[in-house]
Design a binder for this molecule. Structure first.
Ligand SMILES: *Cc1c(COP(=O)(O)O)cnc(C)c1O
Length: 369
């Protein structure tokens, strides 16, 4: 290939951008180390695998793949509207909720604006902000989580959007309903608040914020949800936002009409009715969380209390080395040094046996000293 550097041609915000670092795929580690039976606890995926009901629906849907998907996602939107008590015109569908987050930034934020998010918050927020050439304002975290008072105080005349992840990834930290509500009351309506609730289903029902119902009171609030975690559809890409109809209207103008494909539309629709699968996933997560916490306590390892489907453990200064040693033992977890957590590793909760493989590997590594 001839010598050529496209940097000067790339948009200013893109020039210094680093690509999203995904969890290492199982196949990649197999290729690299020539090992089998790998346990991946790196991407907060649902260890149950796809729900049998969804699988059956997908098999039927395959027959129609020569046709374009429904660009308006009518049936999925109708299902979401029914379950969440909203109107269909409040819903924006996304190719995963990352798509929704990017769509929000591209619709409402320009290079004249700034966007507020928390230190240690989901990396997609700074990424979409930077891509647009907007200014990102990372507010220092409090106990690894969002400091909402400091975030409210950071609002200035340039602020157009605030991202909040609740629970947050990669820390698992959680904001109460009362804290969130008080925050929303402080934010002027010309600042959009994106409440990313990717792990909502893992939070005990009694503690969940009635966030969707708040949209009627706060037209600047957008709630995003995903099918990638508790619903077990990470590979299909399905997510959505619930907002004021006017917000959805503008997002819809730049949304790619077929951003959700026929299979993901169908799978998400069926998954929403598969209450047994969801309950099983949540219960399995609860047990796995207890299993990992017991391991941490047994070995005096600090961890960040988590409401998600993962636990971020403080393994020490040699976190990068431990990560590599785990790989050699066939266990993939997630380094989080890029989130300013260089002493931690994030471990997704897997099946009981998978968690046990991780625990055994860690015990062996810790014993090596
Ligand atoms: C996993 C995750 C998402 C969801 O990503 P998808 O694009 O829906 O797969 C969104 N926000 C946070 C904080 C996440 O951890």
């Amino acid at each position: 290939m001839s010598e050529f550097n496209a940097k000067q041609l790339a948009n200013p915000g893109v020039q210094e951008l680093h690509p999203y670092q995904a969890g290492k795929p199982i196949e990649e580690l197999e290729r690299e180390l020539g090992i089998k039976d790998i346990v991946k606890l790196a991407s907060n995926e649902n260890p149950l695998g796809i729900s049998p009901k969804v699988k059956a629906a997908l098999a039927a849907e395959i027959e129609d793949l020569a046709r374009y998907p429904d660009a308006n996602g009518y049936y999925l939107k109708a299902k979401i509207a029914e379950q969440f008590g909203v109107e269909m015109n409040q819903i924006t569908l996304g190719n995963g909720s990352n798509d929704v987050l990017e769509l929000l930034a591209r619709t409402f934020v320009s290079d004249q604006h700034s966007v507020i998010f928390s230190q240690h918050a989901f990396v997609v927020y700074p990424l979409v902000t930077q891509a647009i050439g907007a200014r990102g304002v990372a507010v220092p975290a409090k106990n690894y989580g969002h400091d909402l008072d400091a975030m409210a105080a950071a609002i200035d005349s340039t602020t157009r959007m605030i991202f909040i992840a609740n629970p947050n990834n990669p820390t698992g930290t959680f904001l109460t309903s009362a804290e969130l509500y008080a925050f929303l009351q402080k934010v002027p309506t010309n600042v959009l608040v994106v409440l990313d609730e990717a792990y909502y289903e893992y939070v005990d029902a009694a503690e969940r914020a009635p966030s969707v119902s708040w949209v009627a009171e706060f037209p600047n609030l957008i709630v995003s949800r995903t099918f990638s975690k508790a619903y077990g559809l990470a590979g299909l890409r399905a997510g959505h936002a619930i907002s004021h109809p006017s917000v959805a209207d503008y997002m819809n103008r730049i949304r790619q009409p077929f951003n959700m494909n026929s299979l993901s539309l169908k799978a998400a629709e069926v998954a929403l009715d598969d209450h047994d699968y969801l309950a099983e996933a949540v219960e399995l997560n609860k047990q796995g969380m207890a299993q990992l916490i017991a391991f941490c306590e047994q070995h005096d390892l600090d961890y960040i209390p988590s409401r998600g489907n993962f636990l971020t453990i403080e393994v020490g200064d040699n976190a990068a080395e431990i990560y590599t040693k785990l790989l050699h033992r066939g266990v993939i977890v997630r380094p989080v040094a890029g989130y300013e957590l260089p002493r931690h590793l994030r471990v997704s909760i897997g099946l009981k046996e998978e968690n046990e493989v991780f625990i055994q590997a860690m015990q062996a590594i810790l014993a090596e000293g």
